[in-house]
Design a protein around this ligand. Structure first.
Ligand code: CAO
Length: 426
């Protein structure tokens, strides 16, 4: 079976997380992704949070599967010429350098478009045009400036960032969609275009329900937020809502058996209106089905703290998995809080390829998240990340069609290798 993006060649000029997430997805769909890295250094994540000496860190390996690596000093004259040839040969250039870096290298959009009018040029930046466009940005900055942090956490605590990398991986995902959309448009127009995703915009897109609530505030209190039932007045901005559900069906995280010692012995419980009657029966409050103070969703809103406290008395009598089993029988939406350990050991995630075991020549076996997007006619096989410059020779020869003499000259120029340290004299 062939893969969806087979035949598409990507010049992967990305580093750290946001860009590499995007190009890894494209590689998983079959694109030939050529990662360009600085000689001797490579993507900084190769050496960040290292756990095995002299082996690429998991930070790198888990974001760069199915790619080839070429080392190239793009500030070197010959290196620039090689980069130009790559631009002529590839369909897409993806980058997430700091603002202005590509321009300073001499590769403005105009220059790239002139070299290869069919090329799609895709960029992640921290911010779009405006007061912050020149700023460098990492994950948590994006979470804070995109509306996530101000709406995450508890009302009486500080803003919180989330563990899910919505700024980096979230924006990489947005960028991947932009790229395949631009490639699709190219099949009709024959020309490339610029694709840009700002991390602030990506986070705001993921936090759009909170912009919904910001506007609802103008018309009255947010009745599904706990603070409404607690009689705490709302200010002029959307407050943090703890674990309240972000939707129209109230929900909370509730303790289960063992929560005193196990930090993850909790379940998310949603009191979806159509299953209110079975909820009342299960927790032992059958009269709530008809009591006007509890029978309708509207009547329940000011009493959510009391209702969830009662449900928690029930969930605390069993484990999160036992609770889930009972609740699922009645189609009551719920979800155990799964630890990373539990996810790593989950056999069904292994079976679907969402968690994969990968073998690496320097670090041995490790777990990674595989392709979360399943295409029935484009299977993904996760292949280990490349060593730094592992494919330099084959890319120069097979992709860029340099002769053996030309390759020797490129190497001689220092374009693909770090400068040699001068031998000590005297
Ligand atoms: N050969 C020669 N030089 C190279 C090179 C290569 N192959 N690859 C990169 N460089 C050089 C660049 O030319 C640049 O040099 P100048 O500053 O002299 O022009 C230099 O490396 C640094 O690039 P940078 O600004 O992208 O890197 P940084 O470590 O200072 O900043 C980051 C990192 C992530 C903050 C910044 O790249 C950024 O803001 N990116 C956009 C937003 C983003 O994607 N953030 C998420 C990152 S994941 O958390």
């Amino acid at each position: 079976m062939t893969q969806a993006l087979k035949g598409v060649r990507i010049l992967d000029f990305t580093h750290v997380q946001s860009g590499p997430t995007c190009t890894q997805l494209l590689a998983w769909f079959g694109a030939d992704v050529i990662k360009v890295e600085r000689p001797g250094v490579g993507d900084i994540t190769r050496g960040q949070l290292m756990d095995v000496p002299n082996a690429d860190a998991l930070y790198f390996t888990m974001l760069n599967h199915n790619k080839r690596s070429i080392t190239l000093d793009t500030k070197n004259k010959t290196g620039k010429e090689v980069l130009e040839r790559l631009i002529l040969t590839c369909d897409v250039l993806v980058e997430n350098f700091g603002p202005g870096v590509l321009d300073r290298m001499g590769f403005t959009w105009e220059r790239i478009h002139e070299l290869n009018p069919t090329m799609v040029v895709a960029s992640v930046k921290g911010f779009g045009p405006g007061p912050y466009e020149d700023c460098k940005v990492y994950e948590n900055v994006a979470q804070c400036t995109g509306g996530s942090a101000s709406t995450t956490g508890f009302r009486d605590g500080p803003p919180l960032v989330t563990g899910a990398q919505i700024g980096d991986s979230g924006t990489g995902l947005h960028l991947a969609l932009g790229i395949v959309t631009a490639l699709f448009q190219r099949t009709k127009t024959g020309v490339g275009q610029k694709v840009t995703c700002a991390m602030q915009d990506g986070v705001l897109n993921l936090a759009r329900v909170k912009l919904r609530d910001q506007q609802r505030l103008a018309h009255g209190p947010l009745t599904e937020y706990s603070q409404y039932g607690e009689g705490v007045p709302f200010g002029d901005a959307v407050p943090r809502a703890g674990n309240d559900s972000g939707g129209g069906q109230p929900g909370r995280i509730l303790k289960c058996k063992g929560a005193d010692t196990d930090p993850n012995a909790y379940i998310y419980f949603i009191t979806q209106a159509p299953v209110w009657e079975p909820i009342c029966d299960i927790i032992g409050e059958p009269h709530w089905k008809t009591d006007p103070n509890y029978a309708s969703p509207k009547a329940r809103l000011p009493r959510l703290n009391e209702i969830f406290a009662r449900i928690e008395r029930w969930t605390m009598t069993m484990t999160k998995f036992e609770a889930m089993e009972i609740l699922n029988k009645y189609d009551i939406p719920c979800g155990p809080i799964l630890s990373m350990k539990e996810l790593a050991e989950d056999q069904s995630l292994r079976a679907t390829g969402t968690i994969v075991e990968v073998d690496h020549p320097k670090r041995g076996k490790y777990l990674s998240v595989g392709n979360p997007i399943k295409l029935s006619a484009s299977p993904t096989e996760v292949v280990r990340s490349p060593l730094l410059g592992e494919h330099t020779d084959e890319i120069l020869a097979d992709v860029l069609k340099y002769s053996a003499d030309e390759i020797a000259a490129i190497k001689q120029s220092g374009a693909t290798e770090p400068p040699k340290k001068k031998a000590a004299t005297g």
